[in-house]
Design a protein around this ligand. Sequence first.
Ligand SMILES: [Mn+2]
Length: 182
Amino acid sequence: MSRSLCLIADVHGNASALEAVLKDAAKAGCTDYLSVGDIVKRGPRPQECVDLLRQVKTKSWVMGNHEKTYHDMLADHDPHTQGVKRIMEIILNAYDCFYLNDLTYQWLANLPYLQICQFEGLKIAIMHALPNKPWGNETNPRSDQVNFDQMLAQSTADVAVYGHTHKQLMRYSTQDRLVINP
Ligand SMILES: [Mn+2]
């Protein structure tokens, strides 16, 4: 039986949407799953989102900028948000902290930025935005080519999969390696 991959980005605590996506993926014959981060935050059911991805045995768990805020807040240090946005982060993190079980919260706060997976002879680099920086505006669809090249610069992966921008994209690196945002 041939295998096919379902790429999942930026679920943001929306478990009902994720349920619908997983149902569609199963119907389409997907056998394997990759998650590129921002599983939580802003939606009401973060724990269910993690549980659903565990159920389908997703092959990747990488840190998004929202999981990164858990990490920063646990360390009492948040270099990325200020002012009103900082207040929003504190409230949303408190919500998620309440609804996630403690182990899951801690675990999400310490996910890696980059994961490499093998799939059907392909080496896939999975990240939220850039391999060393799961936040920022560098990976928007209209960004310079150099940013997309950077996704694969430090690895021999054939494909880079990322999310973050909430904009679907498929393009190539300068070395003709595929870059996908689902
Ligand atoms: Mn993001």
